[in-house]
Design a binder for this molecule. Sequence first.
Ligand SMILES: Cc1cc2nc3c(=O)[nH]c(=O)nc-3n(C[C@H](O)[C@H](O)[C@H](O)COP(=O)(O)O)c2cc1C
Ligand code: SF4
Length: 547
Amino acid sequence: MNANSLFASSTRASSRMEDVEPRHAGGLVNAPVRVFVPRDSAALAVGADAVADAIQTQARSRGLEVTIVRNGSRGLLWLETLVEVEHDGKRHAYGPVDADDVTGLFDADFLHAGEHALAHGETEAIPYLARQQRLTFARVGITDPLSIDDYVAHAGFRGLAQALSIDGAAIVGQVTESGLRGRGGAAFPTGIKWETVRRALADRKYVVCNADEGDSGTFADRMLMEGDPYVLIEGMAIAGLAVGADYGYVYIRSEYPDAIAVMEAAICRARAAGYLGADIRGSGRAFDMEVRVGAGSYICGEETALLESIEGKRGVVRAKPPLPAIAGLFGKPTVLNNVITFASVPIVMDRGAAFYRDVGMGRSRGTLPFQLAGNLARGGLVEVGFGVTLRELLTDFGGGSASGRPLRAVQVGGPLGAYLPASQWDVPMDYESLAQLSAVLGHGGLVAFDDTVDMAKMARYAMAFCAVESCGKCTPCRIGSTRGAEVIDRLVAGNQPAGQVTLLRSLCDTMVNGSLCAMGAMTPYPVLSALNHFPEDFGAVADAKAA
Ligand SMILES: Cc1cc2nc3c(=O)[nH]c(=O)nc-3n(C[C@H](O)[C@H](O)[C@H](O)COP(=O)(O)O)c2cc1C
Ligand code: SF4
């Protein structure tokens, strides 16, 4: 079967799905106006359900017909609940909308894009969105997340169709050529990982998606799963075809109940429509998958602890080798990737490796969904090519601090990432440039702090976090983190400060070089960056900048 014939049959299945999908009659004369109210948990947390109910109630009481579509979030989180109205073929944004604002919006004729204090004009023209380059998040906020019709109408399953038309080696070749690197943190080349699994000889292989997303200030995986679940299913199915695996697991943290519900519903619908199962779209090829829910532990995001957890054991890190690609889940060769990594693959397959590789800089190809969090006026998701500077993200997108005070430090890459002072904010955001600053890009999370932050407290917090979340398997991490918090306490108390700094640096050196995994090995990143860039917060430490 070639890609085109498969895509044609996709359309047939989509019409079958019309029986179960809500019909949207946008574009027809006198058709109900389509109003979009996100179902993303960031919107639900600020009352999106109540807003949707209020819109329905008001419309009914005024004799107006509306079709409410529960879309994903556009990622402009400071505007949630962001309500959009389709008018003259364009979407117009209003936000942040509270249920109490709805009467006023109807009075202002928002169904015809009427003026209102909460109006932002055409959604696509809002600079925060207009300046992005959305590839992985192209459909998020646009489509009804659970509608297969919508997914197919927006280029969905085209990558899968392409993958079904070539063999595993050719799929891996495309992924390798695209330059895609893992988005979970370690930035390992995805094609090399897949090729290792493809070449491994075994009676069974697996595909595992890491949706544990434990990093502070990160939410891209959640937004993607809640806003466009089929792209993850498509990416995992392509991985299965590439390496010869017929079963996959999405490991989602228990703190993401909405993402879990959406993924489970999407898997059922994809299976019913023949995109999963024993005979994908009549191709004779098999791939199926299920959701596994984590119990809430940061270390279960580490790939080998995650595999232990899926196997029903305590989340403890495995020594490597063997790599999961050789002996992973249940001892079988396993492709294990982050949500965003898998979700990037359909674009590579559909639009070609060269298209993807042309975006980005250096060895960091494609886009990264940066997640702006902490003390920023405009927190949210910004997908752009690698190479944007940290300052552009903080100011042009983030709008500076939410408090109105000067920003002082930004932690990049989660709880194990370094704190960057203003002097380093012109760094281009790519893996290698950050490495030169002894920093990491991680999963693309930024947490900003204004000038009221106490960096000694943040350094202590890093050690304390490690002590709580350590799996306990190796001594530098299990014991070192607790001793580290104690040393920082003594340092801040002014108890022989020079000696404590020496001790702290020596301890960090031991953790970096002696820990079994990055949990213990990277906890020194936030600690030392805080000490090096903000020594004044640690008291009168004469030699803090040394080493
Ligand atoms: C302590 C720790 C926590 C991690 N948490 C996550 C996580 O939540 N999500 C994730 O994708 N990767 C996480 N990783 C990285 C994974 O071990 C692994 O490198 C990644 O899932 C591989 O997928 P990728 O190649 O697509 O990035 C973590 C690593 C460590 C050491
Ligand atoms: S570094 Fe920490 S989390 Fe990693 S294996 Fe050692 S004890 Fe476990």
